[in-house]
Ligand binder design. Sequence first.
Ligand SMILES: C[S@@+](CC[C@H](N)C(=O)[O-])C[C@H]1O[C@@H](n2cnc3c(N)ncnc32)[C@H](O)[C@@H]1O
Length: 222
Amino acid sequence: MTERLKKLCALLSLCKTFADVGCDHGYCTRYMLSRGLCKSAVITDISAGSLSKAERLLENYIKSGVCRSVCCDGLSGVPEGSADLVLIAGMGGEEILKILREAYIPQSFVFQPMKNAPQLRQYLLERGCAIEYDGLFTETRGGLVKNYFVIKGKNSGGTRAYTRAQLAFGRDSLGTPQLAALIEYELKKNTAYASGELSPSSRAEVEARIAFLKEVLSGEAG
Ligand SMILES: C[S@@+](CC[C@H](N)C(=O)[O-])C[C@H]1O[C@@H](n2cnc3c(N)ncnc32)[C@H](O)[C@@H]1O
């Protein structure tokens, strides 16, 4: 398993039925089943080719009836209430949002959006979800540091409002060295844009972003 998958799996907790939506290789489900962290599992993927990789990996669990495999879009093959923990990882936040809007927000979830995490946070908060962990982890591959936002929570019991900085970067990322490094990088990128030719509206946008990033970095952002 890659460093990303190991860190992601460490956030998965004990459950009865685990569902891995967009499972691709199936490693997360093998992690859950092989450690007895779930009694049964459902693997889904919209691509039959991707799903077949997981089916090969989990062949024995499928044969023994412990794991069910469904080729479907999003949660359409996982009836509401049939899985008490759902993982949706490695796809864009917009795609995760589309899946949730077309179906339901699972009872317990771990979402790892590759982009557009703020939109996903906003939606979960608006729908009353209790966010238990909303952080950032890194993976170093080929000398490059990659950042991944991860959101773990439940579909009810949410009472906390987020600040703008929490919405942008995740409540539990703020103040961490990982986020500081990410913001420093974004600041450099935006400062380079700002030194080039820009329309007045683009310049205003870039300068506002720089000001916001500096506030987040200094811990002053609301
Ligand atoms: C980059 S892989 C991530 C695999 C794994 N979840 C991970 O985190 O390593 C994304 C997978 O999601 C699947 N996928 C994309 N959109 C989907 C959807 N709407 N419903 C189900 N699977 C989807 C793709 O076919 C692909 O196998």
